[in-house]
Write a protein that binds this ligand. Structure first.
Ligand code: GDP
Length: 477
């Protein structure tokens, strides 16, 4: 009957098409089940295979998570080093907190997908504030690496030259077919070397299977290169028949703002965005040195938004008074470290009427001036702003910015990407619609593991291509 059908649909909707497990305590994390009422239903349904994989991952996590019998057993291996006892029941991958928030979210999705593919348990190094920003994503069992984990204080010193670094060990011929280390460090940070990149080869994956503890530091979205590992291919295409939905689904599955951050999001949304007929997000991230706002970037934002008809043209007639009824309203959310772009736009639409009669209102939640990754409140605002951007109907994002990638992926829409300006001038064309809503992998390997030669990994399969905003990057389409 209609009533139970409605109930089913509503609860399916609330669980994001089955992506989320039911039964979490709603008060502990209001955003988990409430965010659906702030955003349009996703156009993309997760595959039933992905759903069953997530449910079985949750079981694995329950069985192997912190302080379980298996965890305690496997932990002994770290302390003892070699040799590996055969009684170890679970394998782990520890994500080490590293880099800006957008980068962290991209790398965490990558590591989680890797954990799904390898049946490893993901544990998250909380760094300064991971627990302050995100709710627990898995039922009944924490994803946070326990505070008494024995080697957390060494994480910061892990780098490509560390004795336990896999790439470094390969380089020095320390790894043989017989080696059975109980733990290894994987260095997949943008500055990684050829030996570190062997991670993306099948043979190395076979070797890594034997290692119960993997520690990974990365600031990259390395998912596109996982799609190029032959032994992962079948599983990945079953999980994601629509390839461009990886971040969209896994990001919505993993990232739920904590109540404090949800307060920032929901109050802002209700106060400034909820009532508009249309919401537009403009994310301005400037990598040039020097103090903004830069006139060429202002020009570029205007050229893009007017050309793509996201914002209405201004009327130069002085008497452009429109009767205050039935006017469509557009709310524009600007995010930037600098307030100048917002101020300019805001003045423009105050000083002049629009040719369409539309009412354009502008909002910018914060202007933090510079990146302050070590500060809790700064990162809460950054997360709140990424989320708010993801609630808009149309997005304009900046080239190279992982902050923008996160907003786009969670939104599930293809952004207009502002091309990266060169030599302090606005590029022409100013922007371009994204091919897909996936993030770009900024530092992919260009290596053919079988042929042992360099290749262009952007030309191997049709669904892994070079990015719009970074010619050497790779993205799923
Ligand atoms: P990326 O550098 O653009 O790839 O993004 P990241 O998120 O990794 O690092 C940039 C950091 O700078 C963010 O995490 C914030 O701390 C800060 N930041 C950059 N743009 C903004 C913004 O528009 N709003 C806020 N609140 N913070 C920003």
């Amino acid at each position: 009957d209609t009533f139970s059908q409605t109930v089913v649909t509503t609860s399916q909707h609330k669980l994001l098409g089955g992506l989320l497990a039911p039964g979490f305590d709603e008060k502990l994390c209001s955003s988990r089940y409430q965010s659906v009422s702030y955003r349009r239903m996703s156009r993309y349904m997760p595959s039933s295979y992905l759903l069953s994989k997530l449910r079985s991952y949750e079981d694995l996590h329950r069985r192997c998570g912190p302080y379980t019998k298996s965890y305690n057993e496997t932990l002994k291996l770290i302390k003892a080093g070699n040799p590996v006892a055969s009684s170890a029941k679970c394998d782990y991958i520890v994500w080490i907190s590293f880099s800006g928030l957008g980068n962290r979210m991209l790398s965490l999705v990558s590591v989680f997908l890797y954990a799904l593919l390898r049946n490893r348990v993901l544990l998250v190094d909380r760094g300064k504030d991971m627990d302050d920003l995100f709710c627990e994503p898995f039922p009944d069992m924490s994803w946070l690496l326990p505070l008494d984990f024995p080697i957390t204080n060494q994480f910061e010193s892990f780098n490509q030259n560390s004795p336990n670094c896999y790439g470094n060990m390969l380089k020095n011929n320390i790894i043989t077919k017989e080696s059975k280390p109980s733990s290894l460090y994987l260095h997949l940070v943008h500055d990684y070397q050829d030996h570190d990149k062997m991670f993306f080869c099948d043979e190395d994956q076979t070797f890594l299977k034997r290692v119960p503890w993997l520690f990974m530091k990365t600031n990259n979205y390395f998912v596109p290169s996982l799609f190029l590992i032959p032994s992962f291919e079948k599983e990945l295409s079953n999980l994601f028949p629509e390839k461009e939905t990886v971040f969209h689904h896994l990001g919505r599955y993993l990232f739920h703002p904590t109540n404090q951050v949800w307060g920032l999001i929901s109050r802002y949304y209700q106060a400034y965005l909820a009532k508009a007929d249309e919401r537009i997000g403009i994310q301005v991230r400037v990598f040039d040195t020097g103090k903004g706002p830069f006139p060429h970037i202002m020009d570029q934002i205007l050229a893009c938004t007017l050309k793509a008809k996201l914002l209405p043209e201004l009327s130069r007639k002085e008497s452009g008074i429109t009767p205050p009824r039935n006017q469509r309203s557009k709310a524009v959310l600007v995010t930037s470290l600098n307030s100048g772009y917002y101020e300019n736009l805001s003045n423009m639409y105050w000083e002049h009427p629009t040719v369409t009669g539309e009412v354009v209102s502008l909002f910018q939640p914060s202007h933090e001036e510079y990146q302050q990754t070590e500060k809790k409140n700064h990162n809460r605002k950054a997360w709140a702003e990424m989320f708010l951007l993801s609630l808009t109907d149309v997005l304009v994002t900046s080239s190279w910015s992982t902050f923008g990638y996160v907003a786009q992926g969670l939104a599930g829409s293809k952004a207009w990407i502002l091309y990266k300006p060169e030599n302090q001038s606005a590029p022409d064309p100013p922007c371009h619609r994204a091919m897909s809503m996936e993030p770009c992998f900024h530092a992919p390997p260009f290596y053919d593991c079988k042929a042992k030669t360099g290749i262009d990994t952007g030309l191997v399969v049709p669904h892994v291509r070079h990015c719009e905003d970074m010619s050497w990057g790779l993205k799923l389409v």
